[in-house]
Design a protein around this ligand. Sequence first.
Ligand SMILES: [Zn+2]
Length: 168
Amino acid sequence: MIRVRKTKQAFAENNENINQQLLDDQYGKCCYCERLVDTDFQIEHLQSQHNHPELINDWDNLYLACSYCNSHKSDSFDNIMAPSKYNVEEIIKQEDDSKNSKVIFSSNNEDEKVKQTIKLLSLLFNGKDGLRKTKANIFYKSYRDENELLPTPYCRLSLWRRGERSGY
Ligand SMILES: [Zn+2]
């Protein structure tokens, strides 16, 4: 989940203002899966409209999510960590379990909010459609690029070209 810094409140004269402000605050990404949303986004009520009708227009409750994440997050995830209040990536560890083709989320923090966020992320990333694979591939690529433990041929070649690696 991305860290969202809410800047200013957009007012509801028209939905375009709201969408644009949320897009700016979230760097154009879905708050859950971190994919760039382009035009595939929906306004996401962190606490669901069904259980919390009083928060439908509450700015702090509004985020943007891609249609996949929005449709998979049901009304039963009303107590997750708000991406504007917590740096989720510092609290929840994410690892790629390549053997079982899964993304594993874990935390030492036993708080109910943390547990529920882990449950939601596991559902989103290990669901039956293609998101899990896409995200797992992104993890692999950034892991390799950053740690250079398993450099791809392309990385090795570009390091060699820049003179940072000899004997290749
Ligand atoms: Zn998403």
